[in-house]
Design a protein around this ligand. Structure first.
Ligand code: ADP
Ligand code: MG
Length: 751
C-alpha cells in the first residue's frame, strides 16, 4: 500500500462521489485514511453537472443550471464557514458568468485543504494551447496523466461502485467485483462501454507501471479492483462482459477488392479525413464491415458519401457492440462456441476475435443487447467454477483422474525446448506454461510487463514461502529438441528449460507431499537485461516469500557465490592518413593493441571466497581500410569481479593511462548466496537474475547442467542429471521449509 512510500497517491473522485455535502465529508475521510503521506486529488464536477452544462449549450439557455448552482451553495453553507464561505459564494457568482470555468473553480474551493493539491479534471489544452475537454468521463484520464507525471505509487479512482464489475450493473443485477485486471483487460472493457473507467485511463498508468485501483467512495472498505501489469489467468473463463449501444455498422462491398491492394488504405483514408474513429473491423474477400459510434449525423453522412465512391455501402443503425474479455481467452479453445451457443437465437452481424488477445467482440441489434449480456453473464460468469471473484486461496482441485499423473522432467524439458523463446519472444512459452500449470491446479498470474513479454508466478493458492525461479528466455538461435539414451539436446536444454522442467517437477512432488507454500516464478529477459526479474521484484507476493531458489546450470552444486560483472569499452582515437606515410598519422589500432597488452598483464585482485578476477577482451573493432591509418578503434571488455568495482577500476585506469577513453557500460557486484550444509558447493563466474530478485527472500542458486554446454550449438543436458536436479530441489526445499534457521554462513544478501 502507498502509505509507506514517499511517492504521491493520486485519488480521483467522480461526480457521484462529490454529489452533496455528505459525499464531500466522505471524501475527506477517504483522503485521510487512504491517501498516504502525499495525496493529490483530482475531482470531477458534481454529479449531473456536466450533463446539465451540455444540455444548456444545446438549449442555448442556462436556466437549467440554476438547481445545480443551488447544490453548490448548499455544500458551501454546510461545509465552509465565514470568509471562506463568502469567498466561495462570490466565486460561484463569477463562475456563473463564465460557465466554461465553473467546473474547475467551484470545486477547488469547496474541497481544498491547504496542503493537498486539488485539481479539476476533464479540462485539457490543445496543442496550440487553447482550452478543451478530455471528453465525457475525462477526469479519470486527468488522474492517470497526473499520476504518471508525478510517478505516483498508486492512482485511485473513487466512484459509486465497488470496482470494475463483471458487467454493467444497470443491466446485470448479479454483476460482481473483479479483484484484479491487467491493463489490457481494463482498456478493452473501458473502450467497449464499461463507463466506470475512461478508455484512455490505462495508458499512462501502464506506461509507468503504476497500479490503478477502482474503489467505492460509499463503501471505502470494499476491496475494489486493482489494475496492474500482472493479471490472473483463468483459462476457460471469461472475466467480464462490456457493451456499448449507439453503434452504426457500415458494410462496404466491392468486387474491386478481389486480389487488389490499396483498397483498405483508400477506405480508411475516408475515416481519417472525416476524423471518425472506427471500433471493430472484419473483412471478407469482397466486403469490409466496420463499426462507428453514432456521433452527430453530419460526420457520418459525409463518410458514407465518400465511401460510395469505393463500393456499395450499407448502413445499419441502432446496433450494439458486446465485448467478452479475459486474459485466459487466447489459451482457451471453444470460448467462441460457448458464447454464440448461448445467444444462438440472436442475430450476430460482425465478429472480431484475436486482434487483441484478451477479447472477443461482436455486434447485435440494440434491442437485443441487454438480453444477450444478461444471458452471457449467466452462462459464462455465474456458473463458472473458477473465475474472478473467487477467493485467492481457492483450494487446488485436480481434474478427476489426474491425481496420479506425475510430470516427467525429460518429456517436459523437450516440450519446452520445442517452443522458441529467444529473448524478446517469450510470450508463447509463458502462455503454454500458464495453461499447463493451471491444468495441474496451480493459480497462475501473468506478469505482463514489458508488453507482450509476460513472465509468470504460480502458487498453490497459499502465499509462497519458497519459490523456484528461472528464466523463460534463451540466447539465439532456436533449435528444436532431440535425445539419445543419455542426453536431451536443443536450445535451452541446460539454460534454462531443463532446469525449469526440474523445478516444476520438484514443486509437483512437494505439493503431493502436502507442501502448499512452494511457488514458481519464471521471468523473461535474463539473457539480455533482466527486465523480467525487475518487474517480478515488485510483485506483492515477494514480500511474504523467504527463500528464492534460482535455477542456473551449476552442475547440481549449490552455488555459494556469483562473481560480479563489469563491462567496459576502451576507445582509441588516431589521426588518419595514407598508410604509406605512417609517420604522418597516429594509428588508433596500434594504440589500442598496446593498451590491451598492458591490460592483459594487470594483476587483478583475488578473493578468498570468490576466487580470481578475470578479464575477457570480447570484441575489437576499428579502422577503415588496410591502406589507411586507423582513425578509431574500440575494445569491449567483460571483467568478472570478486571484489567491489573500485580497485578494479583503479588498476584498469592505471594500465590504460590517457591513451584511450574508458567507458563503463554496466556493473553488477559479486553476490554471496545462502549456503546449506549437506550440499556440494561451488562459486560460479557468471551473473544471474538473483540481484534483481532481492525482494523474494534469501537467494540460493542450484541447477542441473553445465554452463559449458549453455549458449553452444550442442546445448544439452544429461537425463540423469535432470532427475538428480529434481531430487536436490525437493531436498533443498524440504530442508529450508522445515528449519528456517538452517542456513549458515550467509551475510545478508549481497557481498
Ligand atoms: P464517476 O462519476 O465516479 O466517474 P461514472 O458514472 O463515470 O462514475 O462510472 C461509474 C458507473 O459506471 C457505475 O455506476 C456503473 O453504472 C457504470 N458501469 C458500466 N459498466 C460497468 C462495469 N463493468 N463495472 C462497473 N461499473 C460499470
Ligand atoms: Mg466517470
Amino acid at each position: 500500500m502507498p502509505a509507506e512510500t514517499t511517492q504521491a497517491t493520486v485519488l480521483k473522485f467522480g461526480g457521484t462521489s462529490v454529489e452533496d455535502a455528505a459525499a464531500f465529508e466522505r471524501v475527506v475521510g477517504i483522503v485521510r485514511s487512504r491517501g498516504g503521506p502525499h495525496p493529490v486529488l483530482v475531482v470531477s464536477a458534481m454529479s449531473r453537472v456536466t450533463d446539465a452544462l451540455f444540455q444548456s449549450v444545446d438549449d442555448g439557455a442556462a436556466h437549467g443550471l440554476e438547481p445545480h448552482f443551488e447544490r453548490h451553495r448548499d455544500v458551501a453553507r454546510r461545509l465552509v464557514r465565514g470568509d471562506a464561505a463568502r469567498g466561495f459564494l462570490d466565486e460561484l457568482e463569477r463562475a456563473r458568468e463564465g460557465v466554461v470555468q465553473l467546473v474547475a473553480r467551484a470545486r477547488d474551493d469547496a474541497g481544498a485543504r491547504a496542503e493537498i493539491p486539488v485539481l479539476g479534471g476533464y479540462i485539457g489544452a490543445s496543442r496550440s494551447g487553447s482550452t478543451t475537454t478530455l471528453g465525457r468521463g475525462g477526469s479519470d484520464y486527468t488522474a492517470a496523466l497526473v499520476g504518471a507525471a508525478l510517478g505516483a505509487g498508486e492512482i485511485q479512482i473513487w466512484t459509486d461502485v465497488s470496482g470494475v464489475l463483471t458487467a454493467d450493473p444497470r443491466v446485470v443485477r448479479g454483476a460482481r467485483t473483479i479483484p484484479s485486471l491487467s491493463y489490457a483487460e481494463a482498456a478493452e472493457l473501458a473502450y467497449f462501454g464499461a463507463k466506470v473507467l475512461h478508455p484512455k485511463t490505462t495508458q499512462p498508468a501502464m506506461d509507468r507501471g503504476i497500479p490503478l485501483r477502482i474503489c467505492n467512495s460509499r463503501a471505502p472498505d470494499d476491496p475494489g479492483t486493482v489494475v496492474t501489469g500482472a493479471a490472473d489467468v483463468w483459462p476457460g473463463t471469461v472475466k467480464a462482459i462490456a457493451h456499448k449501444t449507439g453503434i452504426t455498422v457500415l458494410q462496404i462491398s466491392s468486387a474491386r477488392m478481389l486480389g487488389a491492394y490499396g483498397f483498405l488504405r483508400a477506405l480508411f483514408e475516408v475515416f481519417d479525413r472525416h476524423a471518425v474513429p472506427v471500433d471493430v473491423v472484419a473483412t471478407s474477400e469482397v466486403s469490409v464491415s466496420l463499426t462507428v459510434e453514432d456521433g452527430g449525423g453530419t460526420g457520418l453522412s459525409a463518410v458514407v458519401a465518400d465511401l460510395a465512391a469505393l463500393g456499395e455501402v450499407q448502413v445499419q443503425r441502432r446496433r450494439a457492440v458486446i465485448c467478452v474479455v479475459g486474459e485466459g481467452l487466447r489459451t482457451t479453445p471453444g470460448i467462441a462456441a460457448r458464447v454464440f451457443e448461448t445467444i444462438r437465437d440472436i442475430n450476430v452481424s460482425l465478429i472480431a476475435q484475436g486482434a487483441s488477445r484478451v477479447n472477443l467482440t461482436f455486434v447485435v441489434d440494440e434491442e437485443h443487447v441487454e438480453g444477450a449480456v444478461a444471458r452471457l453473464h449467466a452462462a459464462l460468469l455465474e456458473r463458472a467454477e473458477a473465475g474472478p471473484g473467487m477467493p485467492a486461496s481457492r483450494p487446488i482441485r485436480r481434474a478427476p483422474g489426474r491425481e496420479d499423473e506425475a510430470v516427467d522432467p525429460v518429456e517436459l524439458a523437450r516440450r519446452l525446448i520445442d517452443i522458441p523463446s529467444v529473448s524478446g519472444e517469450e510470450e508463447a512459452m509463458a502462455r503454454f506454461l500458464a495453461s499447463y500449470l493451471e491444468r495441474l491446479g496451480y493459480r497462475v498470474e501473468l506478469l505482463e510487463a514489458p508488453a507482450g513479454r509476460p513472465g509468470l508466478v504460480a502458487t498453490t493458492g497459499a502465499p509462497p514461502r519458497l519459490v523456484f525461479s528461472t528464466h523463460l528466455d534463451t540466447v539465439p538461435p532456436h533449435f528444436a529438441s532431440g535425445e539419445d539414451d543419455e542426453y536431451v539436446y536443443g536450445r535451452g536444454a541446460c539454460d534454462a528449460k531443463g532446469i525449469l522442467a526440474a523445478q516444476l517437477t520438484a514443486a509437483e512432488r512437494l505439493r503431493a507431499e502436502g507442501y502448499t507454500e512452494v511457488g514458481l516464478l519464471f521471468v523473461v529477459d535474463e539473457e539480455r537485461g533482466s527486465v523480467g526479474a525487475r518487474v517480478a521484484n515488485a510483485h506483492p507476493l515477494a514480500r511474504e516469500c523467504r527463500w528464492l531458489i534460482d535455477g542456473e546450470p551449476t552442475e547440481n552444486k549449490l552455488a555459494v557465490g556469483c562473481k560480479g560483472s563489469l563491462r567496459v569499452a576502451l576507445r582509441a582515437e588516431g589521426t588518419g592518413g595514407h598508410s604509406a606515410y605512417p609517420e604522418r598519422g597516429r594509428s588508433a589500432i596500434h594504440t589500442l593493441l598496446d593498451v590491451l597488452a598492458d591490460v592483459r598483464d594487470v594483476a587483478w585482485p583475488r578473493d578468498e571466497y570468490f576466487g580470481e578476477t578475470t578479464c575477457n577482451i570480447g570484441v575489437i573493432t576499428g579502422g577503415t581500410s588496410a591502406n589507411v591509418i586507423a582513425p578509431d578503434a574500440r575494445a569491449d571488455l567483460h571483467i568478472r569481479l570478486v571484489t567491489d568495482q573500485a580497485p578494479v577500476r583503479r588498476l584498469l585506469e592505471r594500465a590504460v593511462g590517457s591513451r584511450t577513453g574508458v567507458e563503463y557500460l554496466s556493473f553488477t557486484p559479486p553476490v554471496r548466496l545462502t549456503a546449506v550444509p549437506g550440499f556440494e558447493q561451488c562459486v560460479v563466474g557468471y551473473t544471474t537474475d538473483v540481484p534483481h530478485l532481492s525482494n523474494w527472500g534469501r537467494p540460493l542458486l542450484l541447477g542441473p547442467g553445465s554452463i559449458h554446454d549453455a549458449h553452444t550449438a550442442r546445448e544439452r543436458i544429461a537425463k540423469a542429471e535432470l532427475e538428480r536436479g529434481v531430487e536436490l530441489y525437493v531436498r533443498l526445499a524440504r530442508t529450508l521449509l522445515a528449519e528456517p534457521a538452517v542456513a549458515a554462513g550467509e551475510k545478508g544478501r549481497g557481498a
